[in-house]
Design a protein. Structure first.
Ligand SMILES: Nc1nc2c(ncn2[C@@H]2O[C@H](COP(=O)(O)OP(=O)(O)OP(=O)(O)O)[C@@H](O)[C@H]2O)c(=O)[nH]1
Ligand SMILES: [Mg+2]
Length: 435
């Protein structure tokens, strides 16, 4: 069975949404806009948007019959070959809609999975997408094959063909899921070895809604040359770079996959391995697009962080793209989020006077200040017979002063409490704290 069967190609889409009573107009509208961005990110065209307000979902066709007639007409007139539904469809609903509308039908999750599949570059990202697709398909197999039985009349020799096919596919998918998980675990192990090497470093993870500007900020802070695009989910894997050569302990910055609203749990879970850089961080730098839907994006990020069990990691909010908002709006946001940093990291005519690099430095300074405030300064004496550990000391802490005296090497060190503990443990009796 080809698990990519659901993820076919299409050129021109009509975007439709069902507005149930609990969703506001603004909510539905912004979600539709996002769906258009998702379609563009896939390289598709958008022929139009249709909303149907209804008190409940039609169990078989999702939308009401009347609306479907209207949609059918638009599909024909606009030469549309896909219907993108900005909700979650059951497999049966997808199937019924495809039959009646004679075009491809994808729900929100399928569109996102298509983008993931298209943009995955690294082996890890590819494995994770395959896992997400398999997990998404598994509970949906029933709806996909049941029609086989029905079409063949459900009586006589062919009875149960669909059932058998479902069982075969299910087994195939389960085996595939097990295999993919094992492969991902191996990737994870390699990562853990790297992690041990980096355990003496301070780790900062860039997080936030997709397209907020995380990779742009990462590039500006570390000269990395990562892919930046006005597209949702340009980044799907994690990259880690040194923030500054000189800082001790070293500060590492990681860029990773962005978040999006209404993504089913199993899809987020498939990215667990990539998102482990977020779990291991000492500090999260939350990038927020100041010109977009702030409240919803903040809420989505908070939900994902809760899902990842990372609520205890401190967060610094960075509002990006302030070149796109009015001075009044900026003032309001600054009042609402007095702790946040406000930047525009891209060089545009509007912010040319406030050149981009000073703004990036604002972020760098804030990160360093965060760690500085948490660092402790101690004076220690290192016995000469332990002087081979000097290299460790220089790596794990900032040496503010060093004095070679008769009874040992007197040093003033500044570092985070964790590294001080590590030094104590590592040096044992060779390390005496004087203050
Ligand atoms: N106007 C403006 N555009 C910006 C700014 N920062 C980034 N952008 C643009 O926003 C788009 C997305 O930037 P990325 O850095 O790829 O965003 P991301 O958060 O890494 O996105 P994903 O990896 O797709 O989740 C690009 O077109 C950037 O050029 C800014 O300060 N102002
Ligand atoms: Mg990115």
């Amino acid at each position: 069975m080809d698990e990519n069967r659901l993820f076919n190609n299409w050129q021109r889409a009509l975007i439709v949404s069902l507005q149930l009573p609990h969703r506001s107009n603004a909510e539905v509208q912004s979600s539709l806009e996002e769906m258009s961005s998702l379609a563009y990110s896939l390289g598709g065209e958008v022929a139009g948007q249709v909303v149907q307000a209804r008190s409940q979902i039609h169990p078989a066709y999702f939308f009401g019959k009347g609306k479907l007639e209207e949609i059918k007409l638009t599909l024909k007139n606009e030469e549309v070959d896909a219907l993108l539904v900005d909700n979650q469809l059951s497999p049966k609903q997808t199937q019924n809609l495809e039959k009646i509308l004679e075009c491809e039908v994808l729900d929100r999750t399928q569109v996102i999975l298509e983008i993931f599949a298209k943009n995955a570059r690294t082996r890890e990202a590819k494995l994770q997408i395959s896992l997400a697709q398999a997990e998404y398909l598994l509970p949906r197999l029933v709806g996909l094959w049941k029609h086989l039985d029905r079409e063949r009349g459900g009586i006589g020799a062919s009875r149960g063909t669909g059932e058998k096919q479902i069982e075969k596919d299910r087994q195939f998918l389960r085996q595939r899921i097990t295999r993919l998980k094992a492969q991902l675990e191996r990737v994870d192990k390699e990562r853990k070895t790297q992690k041990q090497r980096r355990s003496n470093c301070l780790r900062v993870s860039l997080i936030g809604y997709t397209n907020a500007g995380k990779s742009t900020i990462m590039n500006a802070l570390t000269n990395s040359g990562l892919l930046v695009e006005d597209r949702l989910f340009a980044t799907l894997d994690s990259t880690t770079r040194l923030l500054e050569e000189e800082t001790r302990p070293k500060v590492l910055l990681s860029d990773t996959v962005g978040f999006i609203s209404n993504l089913p749990h199993e899809v987020v879970a498939a990215f667990r391995s990539t998102l482990s850089t977020v779990k291991d961080a000492d500090l999260l730098l939350q990038i927020v697009d100041a010109s977009d839907n702030i409240d919803e994006h903040l809420q989505t990020t908070a939900d994902v962080l809760e899902d990842l069990d990372t609520l205890s990691i401190p967060i610094i909010k960075v509002f990006n793209k302030i070149d796109r908002i009015s001075p009044t709006r900026l003032l309001m946001l600054e009042k609402m989020y007095p702790e946040a940093v406000f930047v525009a990291v891209i060089n545009t005519a509007e912010n040319a006077h406030d050149n981009s690099s000073t703004l990036v430095d604002k972020i760098r300074k804030r990160i360093l200040l965060f760690f500085d405030e948490r660092m402790k300064t101690v004076t220690i004496r290192l016995n000469y017979q332990h002087s081979q550990h000097l290299a460790n000391i220089y790596e794990w802490s900032r040496v503010d002063n060093i004095d070679y005296q008769e009874e040992g090497i007197m040093m003033t060190l500044t570092t985070i409490p964790g590294n001080l503990e590590r030094l104590r443990h590592h040096l044992g009796s060779g390390f005496t704290e004087m203050s």
